[in-house]
Design a binder for this molecule. Structure first.
Ligand SMILES: NC(=O)C1=CN([C@@H]2O[C@H](COP(=O)(O)OP(=O)(O)OC[C@H]3O[C@@H](n4cnc5c(N)ncnc54)[C@H](OP(=O)(O)O)[C@@H]3O)[C@@H](O)[C@H]2O)C=CC1
Ligand SMILES: O=C(O)[C@@H]1CCC=N1
Length: 275
């Protein structure tokens, strides 16, 4: 990965998290590029080369990370196709929903293009991302390792052989940080309502979230057991958990993640097949 030139097309929220995370891990700024409709804003954040011309940005790149919105992907990929060399570089797409087959058709028409579809998440910015990766059959062993090295530099990686699982991953870990941030917002607000100063409620919320995640990651016990250890019989936690379960919090999350997964699948149809 050290010598590879990695070019991001689209420099929004997710690309910025990946770029920031890669820079933090020691990837040289000389090896990273980003193209965006508004490159000036990015140039002030990151010490890397920025472009407003995608075709100029991809010249000599070993890896092209497609990081535009799903609805922009067909147009962007078809335009890049016009400038691809005989031996195309590795493409990494992070777009929700967009299928490898559609990307290959837009990028290569009938020729095979090495594509790894990835669903990362924004904690990549602090090297704590979670990414699922799925490779097209045209990805070489070296390119497979390259994609793995890029994403592993910013967090956990898991490989999927069944691309159909990517929409479930999107619902779980792609969107997942937002669920935890929402819970943090709720806990902080409720703490204030219970009489705590705002900053105290904020700090206690964040440290509790961090501590619970760290403990769950480092423990050999499952989340249900760790929860039971907090829940003293006849105590305070029991009251809170009973209240949450009386409103069927499991059913609520079932519906929420189902809705996210369904949207990922519908985006694939909306912006893929017919695009
Ligand atoms: N945000 C997240 O947590 C995650 C996002 N993703 C995926 O990442 C992708 C990007 O999402 P996100 O970063 O949130 O979206 P953003 O809108 O923040 O980023 C997309 C960027 O691409 C730019 N852009 C638009 N058209 C072009 C073009 N033709 N050429 C170059 N750049 C262009 C946009 O500019 P402008 O604003 O001017 O249009 C914008 O800056 C999506 O496909 C999403 O599904 C995946 C996992 C997590
Ligand atoms: O909300 C979205 O569509 C993107 C994909 C996963 C996280 N953000």
């Amino acid at each position: 990965m050290k010598e590879s030139i990695i070019c991001f097309i689209g420099g929004g929220n997710m690309a910025s998290s990946l770029i920031g995370g890669l820079l933090q891990t020691g990837v040289s700024a000389n090896n990273l590029r980003v193209a965006d409709t508004n490159p000036n804003a990015l140039a002030s954040y990151f010490p890397i080369q920025t472009y407003n011309d995608n075709l100029q940005a991809i010249q000599d790149a070993n890896v092209i990370v497609l990081a535009v919105k799903p609805q922009q992907m067909a147009e962007v990929a078809k335009s890049i196709a016009t400038a691809l060399p005989e031996h195309p570089p590795l493409f990494i797409s992070i777009a929700a929903g967009i299928r490898i087959a559609d990307l290959n058709r837009w990028l290569g028409k009938d020729r095979a293009i090495p594509i790894v579809r990835v669903m990362p998440n924004t904690p990549a910015l602090v090297q704590s991302g979670a990414s699922a990766l799925c490779a097209s059959t045209h990805v070489s062993k070296q390119q497979h390792e390259l994609a793995e090295n890029i994403l592993r530099a910013v967090g956990l990686t898991v490989w999927l052989t069944d691309e159909n699982m990517m929409d479930a991953v999107t619902a779980l870990s792609g969107s997942g940080p937002a669920y935890f941030f929402l819970l943090m917002e709720i806990l902080e607000k409720t703490g204030v309502q219970l009489g705590l100063p705002q900053e105290t409620a904020r700090l206690l919320t964040l440290q509790t979230a961090f501590g619970a995640a760290k403990m769950a990651l480092e423990s050999s016990e499952d989340a249900a057991t760790l929860r039971a250890r907090v829940t003293s019989k006849g105590g305070t936690t029991e009251q809170a958990i009973n209240t949450l379960q009386a409103s069927d919090i499991q059913a609520l999350f079932d519906r929420a993640l189902q809705a996210a997964q369904t949207r990922a699948t519908s985006m694939a149809d909306e912006y893929g097949e017919q695009a």
